[in-house]
Every structure is written in structure tokens, then in C-alpha cells.
Unconditional design. Structure first.
Length: 210
């Protein structure tokens, strides 16, 4: 299985370095299947010759392309077979690889994208609502300035904001660093995601020309 990932990513999966560099989405997948392979090993006790792969499916109410049923009705092995199918594994090898080389654990998270749904300013409560003396909202569904949801920092910052305001603590909440407007940060991220290769190296490999 690892060889198919390396064929796609052009990276050594077990090197301890970036593999996919983020989520890879299969554009023609009926489930809108995505997967990501981060730096290995992801877990302390993970054997050095094994890889942990995260597989996602956006559409849970449609049949798969190889497994002809919705992902919510699938076993871990069937989910793995659908992924391997899109990775280009020959169909006569799918079942054996999914059952003998992989251990797929399904997890259903129907509201995982709720953070990112379109919203208006007042759809989420302020951390400390106007006029509140003893009530605050914390976490990723509370409204705070300039921050990005789906992070631990967001939850911590809202908790600090709640405590400081309600208890009148004379201390400022750490400001959100506007990294999306800093070209130095963007270039460093580009550098890190490309295994710390220089621009000439990338040009030589035709990455930028494409």
C-alpha cells in the first residue's frame, strides 16, 4: 500500500518528513474522498515500518465508486477498499490488501464541518455578551476577533477573554498574528511544505513550470 502513496506523493512515506503536505482530494470520487499522510510516526508506539493515514469522505449519503453503498453503511475494510480503488490498486487486489495489510477504523463525525459553515456576524455569541456579568461562551463556536476556528488556540483565547473580562483582570489577551498578510510567513510555509527545497531546486524539477 505504501508504494502507491509514494507513487502519488513522490516522497518516502517512512522518512519522517512531509508526505502529502496536506489533504489530497479525489476530485472524481462520489464520496468526495480525501486523505492525508502526515509525518510518520504519528503515535509514540507506532512501529517504524507502518504508516498512519487519515481518510475523509464529505458526502455520506451517496454510493461509492467501487463499494456500491454509502460510507455510513461501510465497514472499515470497505472504506479502505474504496480508497485503494482511487489510489489505482488493481481491483483483484483490493480486498486482500484492505483485509491483510490495513487496519481501518471508521469514525463518524456528522458535524465536523460545522465550524466552517457560512454565517453572519451575529450567528455566534460573543464570548461575553453585552451586559453579561456572570455568563460567557468559550470555544470554537463563540465569536472572537480575527481568529481562525478549528484550533486549540481559538479555544484558549476565548477562555482567557472570558476570564479577564468577567473578573476584570487587567491583562490583554494575546493578539492574533496576521500571518496571512505577511509574505515572509507565506514563503516560509511554502519552503517547509516542499521539504525545505530552494526555489531553484523546485524550478529544476519543473514544479513551478507546471
Amino acid at each position: 500500500v505504501i508504494s502507491y502513496i509514494e507513487k502519488l506523493s513522490k516522497r518516502d512515506v517512512l522518512s519522517g518528513r512531509t508526505v502529502t503536505g496536506g489533504i489530497v482530494t479525489v476530485a472524481d470520487s462520489s464520496w468526495q474522498l480525501s486523505f492525508t499522510v502526515n509525518r510518520q510516526q504519528q503515535f509514540k508506539e507506532q512501529p517504524k515500518d507502518q504508516a498512519s493515514i487519515w481518510i475523509y469522505a464529505l458526502y455520506s449519503d451517496v454510493k461509492g465508486d467501487f463499494i456500491k453503498k454509502p460510507i455510513t453503511e461501510c465497514t472499515g475494510s470497505e472504506i479502505c477498499q474504496e480508497w485503494l480503488y482511487h489510489m489505482g490498486v488493481p481491483q483483484d487486489e483490493l480486498v486482500e490488501l484492505a483485509q491483510t495489510e490495513c487496519n481501518t477504523i471508521p469514525v463518524y463525525m456528522p458535524y465536523v464541518t460545522a465550524y466552517f459553515m457560512p454565517r453572519a456576524y451575529k450567528d455566534r455569541p460573543l464570548v461575553v455578551p453585552n451586559g453579561s456579568k456572570n455568563l460567557a461562551f468559550i470555544g470554537n463556536f463563540a465569536e472572537t476577533e480575527r481568529d481562525t476556528v478549528f484550533t486549540t488556540e481559538y479555544s484558549v483565547r476565548t477562555a482567557m477573554e472570558a476570564v479577564y473580562q468577567l473578573l476584570e483582570v487587567d491583562r490583554g489577551v494575546p493578539e492574533v498574528y496576521a500571518s496571512e498578510f505577511d509574505v515572509r510567513v507565506l514563503m516560509d510555509a511554502y519552503y517547509q511544505l516542499n521539504d525545505r527545497k530552494s526555489l531553484p531546486e523546485l524550478v529544476n524539477k519543473n514544479f513551478l513550470k507546471r
